[in-house]
Write a protein that binds this ligand. Structure first.
Ligand SMILES: NC(=O)c1ccc[n+]([C@@H]2O[C@H](COP(=O)([O-])OP(=O)(O)OC[C@H]3O[C@@H](n4cnc5c(N)ncnc54)[C@H](O)[C@@H]3O)[C@@H](O)[C@H]2O)c1
Length: 418
């Protein structure tokens, strides 16, 4: 449990139950206010959830126990669930990331070090049971989505072919959509919206508040619902108590939103209104990641298994002068399953930094939007058209020529019949 799930449920006005086998994790998140209630049994967890739903109040409930036991109970007792996902660490499923059913957290730790073969057997058995329960709940109307933790890949690796879309291998993906395919890709990444972030290096809370206010002034909440959501997110950020250490903020923004916010912050540093700021972003973004099981799973032009976009992103950011540029393997879904290009950029208030931001920030985002446009994603095509208009004479992204399907079929038929 990272805490994010509980916080997200409460911010979104939902009642959420988050299963966690490690009680120390629950204690931390409960003391920080990231979960509001703690349940020791499945029965107690669902009863609490029912109570909050009835009151019409959002609540994050931590359930101490195995997720498979929680789902077992839901299937047996016909509990209604609207949304279901999994965020166990399936990218490291045999190294302790996933706790088998039937043993507690301490027994799992012992078994992992003393008898790994037995541990692996139990993990596989639990994964398959987990999948069967999700399938049953899905048949009853539950919306299940993959959270990008390699859960479906882990089920497939445990020997369950039924989870693969083509029934043979994982090359065409899995039967349940990843949230990137269904939600994040078409609604955010296609436009360039991604997790831009900044850290106030002064460590002062007041600097973070000033940057929040400045970012809010740059977003036009009336342009799209995505802008409205992000505007509301930053407006309520302080109230939602999201900071546990570093004075840092994360905000979904598109290419020009990120560029304009970055320039504004650099200007504030120049004027002495705030201390220096370090910009960055999550690897889980539009442009920086090639990951066929997550970020690029919905790129339908056959290039979903390529790994060149993250490299372009990395090299372009280096050439444009970012302060810290990284190219690495892993990033979320695990080593061998993705390539990530990331950056860090120190805003020191200088003109030199302004110049770097003007070319590197759009590159860091539009590189990925361009690829999505070439994959014929409609929202990316319109985003590129808008970008080209805005940057006329300075920058230009090529677009695919969309061939009329009927014309193509006619030409093929005519020539093949010849
Ligand atoms: N989509 C995203 O944006 C995103 C973001 C963060 C993490 N992730 C992925 O999600 C996964 C988890 O990330 P994290 O940072 O929360 O990891 P984490 O290891 O901190 O948390 C996972 C928790 O699951 C618990 N757990 C394991 N097996 C369990 C079981 N059977 N029942 C109940 N609890 C169990 C563990 O004790 C652990 O606390 C990773 O694979 C990560 O890559 C995705």
């Amino acid at each position: 449990m990272s805490g994010a799930q509980g916080k997200a449920a409460e911010i979104a006005g939902a009642v959420g139950i988050i299963a966690e086998v490690d009680y120390s994790r629950i204690e931390t998140r409960h003391s920080q206010g990231w979960v509001s209630e703690v349940a020791r049994t499945s029965e107690e967890a669902y009863a609490l959830a029912k109570e909050y739903v009835k009151k019409g109040e959002p609540c994050a409930i931590a359930y101490h126990g195995n997720i498979v036991d929680l789902l077992d109970y839901a299937v047996e007792n016909n509990v209604h669930i609207d949304l279901l996902s999994d965020q166990t660490s399936c990218h490291a499923v045999y190294d302790g990331g996933y706790c088998p059913q039937g043993i507690n957290f301490e027994e799992r730790t012992r078994l992992l070090s003393e008898n790994k073969d037995e541990f692996i057997k139990l993990v596989d058995k639990t994964l398959i049971k987990h999948f069967d329960l999700i399938k049953e709940l899905h048949n009853r109307g539950v919306y299940f989505f993959d959270y990008g933790n390699s859960f479906m890949k882990a089920v497939y690796d445990a020997g369950c072919m039924e989870i693969s879309k083509n029934g043979v291998d994982e090359k065409d993906g899995f039967i349940f959509p990843s949230y990137v395919e269904d939600i994040l890709g078409p609604q955010l990444f296609d436009y360039g919206y991604g997790p831009f972030r900044w850290v106030c290096l002064s460590g002062k809370e007041e600097d973070l508040e000033k940057t929040d206010k400045a970012a809010m002034e740059i977003i036009d909440p009336n342009r799209r619902y995505q802008d409205r959501d992000n505007w509301a997110w930053i407006r309520d950020a302080k109230k939602n108590a999201l900071v546990v250490g570093t004075q840092a903020r994360i905000l979904y923004q598109d290419a020009m939103g990120r560029t304009n916010i970055a320039l504004k912050f650099n200007d504030m540093v120049r004027k002495g209104e705030i201390g220096p700021v370090m910009l960055g972003r999550d690897h889980h973004d539009v442009s920086g990641t090639d990951s066929p099981f997550r970020e690029t799973s919905n790129i339908k032009d056959g290039s979903n298994i390529m790994a060149d976009m993250a490299t372009h992103c990395f090299a372009g950011n280096c050439a444009r002068g970012m302060s810290l540029v990284a190219l690495h393997n892993g990033g979320g879904v695990g080593i061998g399953k993705s390539i990530n290009g990331g950056f860090g950029m120190v805003l020191d208030g200088s003109q030199r930094v302004d110049d770097i931001l003007r070319t590197s920030m759009p590159w860091d985002v539009m590189n990925g939007v361009a690829r999505r446009a070439w994959a014929r994603n409609e929202n990316s095509i319109s985003t590129v058209i808008e970008y080209n208009k805005m940057c006329e004479g300075k920058d230009h992204i090529t677009l695919p020529y969309i061939v009329d399907e009927q014309l193509l079929n006619e030409v093929m038929e005519k020539n093949i019949s010849k």
